[in-house]
Design a binder for this molecule. Structure first.
Ligand code: NAD
Length: 424
């Protein structure tokens, strides 16, 4: 099999404690009128005022939109773009969690190309480059600072929607782990579970046949040589630091590893894509109003179990990245990977089942049907999925019966047209 490597990302990523202080000069190199998008929490902090001061001292005029709500209701994108239009920003800065970064990315699309966010839902519908975006994450989770997608909530749709295009990748990401120190344990856990799932879902994603069209036809191309190394970097760093960051929020070493791991996870997901855990989380989130990272974290071990028959070697590699001994067989290591992920998530308070999230028992089939609608994510899963298979995952995740997924299910053959297993 010939190898394929695809990686897309920002023009520059600056990582390190204190690096937020470079924001002024980094932004001044891109423009002189900045729209800053943040949420009411961060917008009220001294840290935020200091960053705005840095921008102004660097000669950048600042317009602030400090209203971003979690999960970004779509009307906020339109409102933000309308409020900012008279200031004619030539650079957009997102500061905050994934919601703030996603709003900044979507606002940059509207400010550049006009129209409504719905005009750009789906893949590759953004017609060209957008105003440069600078992203400063304050959670270690989504990886949005390096990804080509903005996730929004549209009341017209049951599940969340995405605008996906390489044009949405921020120009510059400034990843300063000091900004995450204020994350309370529950947020550290949900964001960390999200980041871990990015690494694992990207590393175990479908491997597509190598064609010269693949990279232009798809935003998310599936598992490949370049995203694999970022995915494993994410798994290794998060496995080694999530519990420490959760139990001691001021542990800077853990915060550094978490942020580096989350950004690495963003590189992996941003080009390879994610799969079933993310597809099922969308309807779960819509029904239970639980954070994205919690739902993905609950689902991850069950999805790994379902995918295990076609991803033994990859799961064994995940176990090694999490610290397992190489003495064991791949089959044994694959089991260890699932057990280790479940134990790590439990250790930071992620519930074990969808019943714990109070998913209504009579909506399990519905959840599977809605997940099927996330066609891009379903197609990115390494083991083929139909509604019945999704329902079995949902049922197992509801009752906590991972062993039920060991039974033969239809469609256990991998859709990969190649047979080479992942690097170990
Ligand atoms: P968030 O941005 O939704 O914020 C959640 C809450 O945490 C908010 O109240 C916020 O004020 C608070 N918060 C943020 N940083 C904090 C800090 N340092 N200290 C204390 N509180 C803080 O949370 P998130 O998990 O970062 O982002 C979730 C969103 O990102 C979802 O909409 C999800 O779908 C999306 N997402 C996007 C991508 C992508 O690539 N674009 C990937 C995964 C998820």
């Amino acid at each position: 099999m010939s190898k394929l490597g695809v990686l897309r990302g920002p023009r520059q990523v600056v990582f390190g404690a204190g690096q937020r202080h470079a924001l002024g000069t980094l932004t001044a190199a891109l423009g002189s009128r900045a729209l800053v998008c943040t949420d009411p929490r961060f917008g009220a902090t001294e840290e935020f005022a200091e960053l705005v001061g840095l921008l102004e001292r660097a000669g950048v005029a600042v317009t602030v939109f400090a209203e971003v709500l979690p999960d970004v209701p779509v009307h906020q994108v339109t409102r933000c773009a309308e409020l900012a239009r008279t200031a004619a920003p030539d650079v957009v800065i997102g500061m905050g969690g994934g919601s703030c970064l996603d709003l900044a990315k979507a606002a940059a699309v509207i400010l550049t190309h006009g129209g409504e966010p719905a005009d750009y839902y789906g893949e590759s519908r953004v017609p060209g480059p957008v105003i440069p975006v600078v992203a400063l994450p304050t959670t270690a989770g989504t990886g949005s600072e390096v990804t080509p997608v903005a996730v929004l909530t549209d009341p017209q749709r049951v599940s969340k929607v995405g605008i996906s295009s390489p044009h949405l990748i921020p120009h510059t990401a400034v990843c300063d782990p000091e900004l995450t120190v204020g994350c309370p344990p529950a947020l550290t856990a949900s964001a960390g579970a999200d980041a871990l799932s990015h690494g694992i879902e990207a590393f175990t994603a479908v491997r597509r046949p190598v064609t010269t069209e693949l990279v232009t036809e798809r935003v998310f191309v599936g598992k490949n040589e370049l995203t694999d190394s970022f995915a494993l970097m994410a798994v290794r760093l998060i496995a080694g630091s999530l519990q420490r960051a959760w139990s001691d929020p001021s542990d800077m070493g853990a915060r550094e590893s978490m942020m580096l791991g989350a950004t690495a996870g963003g590189f992996a997901l941003g080009t390879a894509g994610t799969a079933a855990a993310h597809a099922i989380q969308y309807p779960v989130g819509a029904l239970t109003h639980t954070p994205h990272g919690i739902g993905v974290g609950v689902l991850l071990p069950y999805v790994m179990e379902f995918n295990r028959p076609v991803r033994v070697r990859e799961l064994a590699t995940v176990a090694l990245a999490m610290g397992a001994s190489a003495e064991a067989s791949d089959e044994d290591l694959a089991d260890q990977a699932i057990d280790r992920v479940a134990a790590l998530l439990a250790s930071v308070g992620i519930p074990a089942t969808l019943a714990d999230l109070v998913l209504p028992a009579d909506r399990l089939r519905w959840t599977a049907e809605q997940a099927m609608g996330a066609a891009r994510l379903i197609a990115n899963n390494p083991r083929p999925l139909d509604v019945d298979a999704l329902e079995q995952i949902v049922r197992a995740a509801y009752t906590g019966d991972r062993a039920a997924l060991r039974e033969t299910l239809p469609g256990s053959a991998s859709p990969d047209l190649t047979t080479t297993a992942g690097t170990r």
